[in-house]
Design a protein around this ligand. Structure first.
Ligand code: B16
Ligand code: MG
Length: 218
């Protein structure tokens, strides 16, 4: 059988959260706002604009103009891209290649469903752009996760129904989006945090070929 396998990017294929953190921390510090690793968790799966709003909310009565906000968004992305530029395939998370290779060998559509506007350059940097039959990212959709738009568009590109689509996600918002879409949600990370997921794994090394075969033949 053929299914659509939809992968989130940040936190699933690569750990870019650490680079987002460094770039956002610079922005926060420039505004006198304390921004911790714990705060960074709030930004996972969330769009760039929304991330800035969350950071501004961490400060006390920080009010800035729209113009300044746009400036900060540009500055943040410029900083982030400096880190991205240094990435290579050693940054692909454990077990990911094994799963991508297995799906490819079994002729399953592989789709990217990410909120990031930098998805393509990141996939290029880590040398796996050619694995993807289609890419749906922050440039293609208007509604951010937990809205299911990004995954619904992805399934459509693979010519598969939502029921025949499987989503790998590391964020609560992403799992919620997959569930709302009526897709099979697979949480990658803390099961206690991603407790709404249909299946949970700490990382891709725990995903067996038997499990993937079960998903394909269901
Ligand atoms: P960018 P994902 C998301 O990617 C990240 O988890 C989130 O932290 C980030 O703010 C968002 O992309 C936008 O990224 O600034 O590169 O457009 O997890 O949906 O792959
Ligand atoms: Mg993610």
């Amino acid at each position: 059988k053929t299914k659509a396998f939809i992968f989130d990017l940040d936190g699933v294929i690569v750990d870019t959260a650490k680079y987002h953190f460094l770039a956002w921390q610079k922005v926060a510090n420039s505004l006198g706002i304390n921004f911790t690793h714990e705060d960074n968790e709030l930004l996972k799966g969330v769009s760039r604009v929304r991330s800035l709003e969350i950071i501004l909310g961490l400060g006390e009565n920080v009010e800035i103009t729209e113009e300044k906000k746009n400036e900060l968004l540009i500055k943040k992305n410029e900083d982030y891209l400096v880190y991205i530029d240094k990435m290579d395939d050693s940054e692909i998370l454990p077990g990911v290649m094994k799963v991508l290779d297995f799906l490819k060998a079994n002729n399953q559509p592989i789709i990217l469903g990410s909120a990031s506007k930098n998805a393509r350059p990141i996939l290029e940097k880590v040398n796996i752009l050619h694995y993807f039959d289609d890419i749906v990212d922050g440039n293609d959709v208007t509604n951010a996760k937990p809205d299911p738009e990004v995954f619904l568009v992805g399934a459509k590109k693979a010519n598969q129904s939502a029921e025949n689509s499987i989503v790998f996600e590391d964020s609560v918002a992403g799992i919620e989006a997959a569930n709302i879409a009526g897709m099979t949600s697979i949480g990658i990370g803390e099961a206690s945090v991603l407790n709404e997921a249909k299946y949970n794994f700490n990382n891709f090394t725990e995903i067996t070929e038997d499990f993937l075969n079960e998903l394909i033949n269901k």
